[in-house]
Design a protein around this ligand. Structure first.
Ligand code: DC
Length: 226
């Protein structure tokens, strides 16, 4: 059966990564969490004490500690910078608070987008991010733009953080999500926005299974046409 490319975009905590992981497993596709790549670049920049004007140093760190993905024993995805497992480190609040400025650097985006396109070359890929349908895979066979209310997204992130043992405050999360939405949507380079041909889906009040079923149906419709 033909293997397609699927682009799932949307704001922070719109349910993208949970849904995409399930779909990748169901379809036997590669899953690429592009947010984890920007988080890795941010982690490396912060660890070295770098600021926005030191972009060539940030690029050098990405070369020195290549971003990699692995599988933990429980089947969840792990993230590496070189040999170092940074799966948990990239979800900490300092990385989340700084990822917007790092991901707004055009040179960083250029480098990571090239890597993402290389990984997607053979199809059979489902990617989640902010600019997948618009920039990374503009000719993806299926593009979905997921949204959800700020309140619901803050509650989801709150539960996630507590489960991971990361300190969380619901009101602060609401504020941070709204701020990150604003920064991601208004930045000059590849802002968060739906592709003209993306299917919009509001996941507020919809279960994970509901979102998975919606996208699975769209995939089946595309493959049935062959
Ligand atoms: O999906 P996430 O919350 O882990 O993403 C972290 C940040 O990375 C997000 O605030 C914006 C940035 N990002 C991006 O600019 N482009 C992408 N394709 C994915 C994420």
């Amino acid at each position: 059966m033909r293997k397609i490319r699927i682009a799932i975009d949307g704001p922070a905590s719109s349910g993208k990564s949970t849904v995409v992981k399930i779909l990748a497993k169901e379809l036997g596709y590669t899953y690429l969490d592009t947010g984890a790549m920007y988080r890795t670049a941010t982690y490396l920049a912060l660890r070295a004490g770098l600021k926005g004007h030191q972009v060539s140093d940030i690029l050098a760190l990405i070369d020195q500690y290549p971003i990699g993905f692995g599988l933990a024993e429980d089947g969840t995805q792990t993230v590496f910078a070189g040999d170092e497992d940074i799966t948990l480190a990239i979800r900490q609040n300092d990385v989340t608070a700084n990822v917007s400025w790092v991901s707004a650097l055009a040179e960083v985006r250029e480098k990571l987008v090239a890597e993402q396109q290389r990984i997607a070359r053979d199809g059979g890929i489902i990617m989640d991010g902010r600019d997948i349908g618009t920039v990374v895979l503009p000719d993806a066979e299926l593009k979905v733009f997921l949204v959800a209310s700020v309140e619901e997204r803050a509650e989801r992130r709150y539960k996630e953080n507590i489960e991971k043992g990361i300190p969380a405050d619901l009101n602060q999360l609401k504020q941070e999500i709204a701020e990150r939405d604003y920064k991601d949507s208004t930045r000059a380079v590849s802002p968060l926005k739906p592709a003209d041909d993306a299917i919009h889906f509001d996941t507020t009040g919809v279960s994970i299974e509901g979102v998975v079923a919606f996208i699975s149906k769209k995939v089946a419709e595309i493959l049935d046409k062959d």
